[in-house]
Ligand binder design. Structure first.
Ligand code: NI
Length: 394
């Protein structure tokens, strides 16, 4: 393909021309993390970064999201590029000079990087309008970490008229500078449940006068694992994890209720739909057998993020031409992590691409997560090239 030549030197150009502003924006966002839909200040920083560019900017999308459209010179399709803007309720422990200044909040999933890379791509593409046979729409999205900002953006019509879409996610565990994706599912459906296990409380010394909800909950947690090991097809991935247990007020009192919280991850739509009913039946069976009962709240959160095969292949080809063939990797398996870019991919063909920040880097959603900022101009160049490739290869 001529692809290789076209993107020759693009990483270097983006780094030289926009690298400083990309890093500055990233640090600015990193210092002041915001949660969920409440990304007002982050959106303001994005607007400052886009100031002066030939974009049609829409604010207040999905509450505090920003959507900006760059009109190209032809009547070609519209390609979307999306970044998430929200942080996590984690206390940062990185000792970075630009570490979070907000107690108990941290950009521990790299969304500060995603946002600044997208702003960098907007700058780069703004200078290449004459090469664009169609439009580029930039989505700066709040509430990826729960809340489903992506769903709200799609529901509000922000993606109407967009023909395909791409998003990057910085990825520890993947070698630095390697872009990876795959045709088909890349991230799992991520659903949540809360279960109340109810018995009858009483004195710890007289269990026979109680229906012990703690023992019921213990049995239920173990039994739930059989949904994966004995009910789901062994070659069909599924995860049931109980991450929260709360009950009790004293060591010698049997509580009347135990609250469990958990997550269910699936790739198959039928299995996903079956899970709440089976979870409830199984838990109720165990509880009833021990003279108790359960109440289940089940929340279908994020669907499977399924890449369009052609878009995924295009992303790998573009990454290969930008970074070298050994830096574009087709993933053998999806991740069981969830991602609300899935809502865009339900509506549009597109691809979610991981961008490696190194194998020995602290993992996402940990208080130590940090990455080499040299990845940022590379990511901005990749987003730029994905738009160029989509809008000029016809
Ligand atoms: Ni994330």
């Amino acid at each position: 393909m001529e692809t290789a030549q076209r993107y020759n030197g693009l990483v270097q150009r983006v780094r030289e021309e926009f690298g400083e502003s990309i890093v500055a924006l990233r640090r600015d966002i990193h210092r002041e993390p915001e949660l969920g839909f409440d990304t007002r200040k982050t959106a303001e920083k994005v607007l400052d970064a886009l100031d002066g560019l030939p974009l049609e900017v829409q604010t207040g999308v999905a509450e505090n999201g920003v959507v900006a459209t760059l009109e190209g010179s032809g009547n070609g399709p519209t390609v979307g590029l999306r970044a998430d803007m929200d942080a996590l309720p984690i206390r940062e422990q990185t000792n970075l000079p630009f570490a979070s200044e907000v107690e108990g909040r941290m950009h521990a999933c790299g969304h500060d990087g995603h946002t600044s890379m997208l702003a960098g791509a907007a700058r780069a593409l703004s200078g290449m309008r004459d090469q664009l046979q169609g439009d580029v729409r930039f989505f700066f999205q709040p509430a990826e970490e729960g809340g489903g900002g992506g769903r709200v953006m799609v529901e509000e019509g922000a993606a109407d008229g967009v023909d395909s879409i791409f998003a990057l996610h910085l990825w520890p565990g993947l070698p630095f500078g390697v872009a990876a994706t795959r045709p088909g599912p890349i991230m799992a459906a991520s659903d949540a449940f809360e279960m109340k296990v109810r018995g009858t409380g009483g004195h710890g010394a007289f269990p026979h006068e109680t229906a012990d909800a703690v023992v019921m909950a213990a049995q239920i947690i173990t039994a739930l694992q059989t949904l994966v090991s004995r009910e789901a097809d062994p070659v069909e991935p599924a995860v049931v994890s109980v991450g929260e247990i709360s009950a009790g007020s004293a060591f010698n009192i049997i509580p009347g209720e135990v609250r469990l919280g958990g997550t269910v991850r699936t790739l198959d739509a039928d299995l996903r739909q079956r899970m709440p009913e089976r979870l409830e039946e199984l838990a109720r069976g165990v509880a009833n057998g021990m003279r108790g009962d359960v109440e289940l709240d089940y929340d279908f959160s994020y669907p499977v993020a399924a890449n369009d095969p052609e878009a995924a292949r295009r992303a790998l080809a573009v990454a290969g031409s930008l970074f070298g063939g050994d830096h574009a990797r087709e993933l053998p398996n999806p991740s069981m992590g969830g991602e609300d870019f899935a809502f865009f991919l339900e509506k549009l063909p597109g691809a979610f691409v991981w961008l490696g920040v190194g194998e020995d880097v602290p993992r996402l959603h940990t208080s130590a997560f940090a990455f080499d900022e040299e990845i940022l101009p590379r990511g901005a160049a990749l987003l730029t090239a994905l738009a160029l490739e989509t809008l000029s290869s016809r």
